[in-house]
Design a protein around this ligand. Structure first.
Ligand code: SF4
Length: 263
């Protein structure tokens, strides 16, 4: 097995381990796994992060257990939620994934078709581009951050969420943020940004400055799906990715301890 394959396997096993532990904590019980699986999971107890990446992750955080349990309770509520009409056509609710102690929370607008099927945010090609931004740009692992949407059920035909749907669903996001207490929120795309900031300003004008969302510094950047639209045009694709990189650099400064100039 090549080193890259080993690294990929390690990442998958770490994710599986976190999922199993989340499930066990949520149900406040034990989950039985075979000795072979237990041995494999033990193997990832001491992950070897890629060079120059910090050794972080859910298992190292002292109060992750409480936060996971609190997030699990909100997730249970979301799963049973029928507050707006989007509950009628959903396959699965899409609550959010990641580190309950994350320094940064990425917030998109709403699940698409793949997310609705899998119950996970940012899967597919847009999800892969987001992973590249996190891993290559921010030098963090995807499991170090938290990723979710404002709206937890898929709007039909991927239409923009209505104000009523935002009204009913946004409190779940607020509760997620209260539990996680990130240093920074990154709003991905026009709809997420306008919804969180309660305005209709074009995204090009929303970028480039810091805002506060319920006291948490917030930065706006483009949605990965928007960036992917330019893939057939390499020059434009590069240009749009560079804009995201500019946003990421500002976020990294704040994660490194610099105070954001809000307003
Ligand atoms: S979109 Fe939000 S408010 Fe509407 S049913 Fe789904 S979880 Fe409930």
């Amino acid at each position: 097995m090549s080193n890259k394959d080993k690294e990929t396997l390690g990442t998958i096993l770490r994710d599986v381990r976190v999922l199993i532990e989340n499930e066990a904590r949520r149900s406040r019980g034990k989950l039985l796994v075979s000795p072979e699986v237990a041995e494999m999971l033990e193997w990832v107890r001491m992950p070897r992060p890629p060079q120059d990446m910090p050794e972080t992750g859910v298992l190292e955080y002292p109060d992750a257990v409480e936060r996971l349990a609190a997030l699990g309770e909100v997730e249970d509520e979301v799963r049973a939620c029928t507050k707006c009409g989007l509950c009628r056509n959903r396959t699965k609710t899409v609550f959010g994934v990641g580190n309950p102690n994350a320094e940064i929370v990425f917030v998109g607008e709403a699940p698409g078709a793949d997310e609705d099927r899998q119950g996970l945010p940012f899967v597919g090609r847009a999800g892969q581009l987001l992973t590249d931004i996190i891993v290559k740009g921010m030098k963090r692992r995807r499991e170090d951050v938290y990723i979710c949407n404002v709206i937890k059920c898929r709007p039909p035909e991927n239409r923009d969420p209505s104000p009523e749907e935002v009204f009913y669903c946004e409190p779940y996001l607020l509760r997620q943020l209260e539990i996680i207490q990130p240093k920074v929120i990154c709003a991905l795309g026009r709809i997420a940004a306008q919804t969180l900031l309660k305005n209709t300003t074009p995204i090009g004008r929303l970028r480039g400055r810091w805002y506060a969302y319920h006291g948490i510094p917030l930065r706006v950047t483009y949605h990965p799906a928007y960036i992917l639209r330019f893939e057939p045009n390499p020059e434009r694709f590069k240009e749009e990715k560079r804009k995201v990189w500019d946003d990421v650099k500002e976020i990294l400064k704040v994660l490194d301890g610099n105070a954001p100039a809000i307003g």
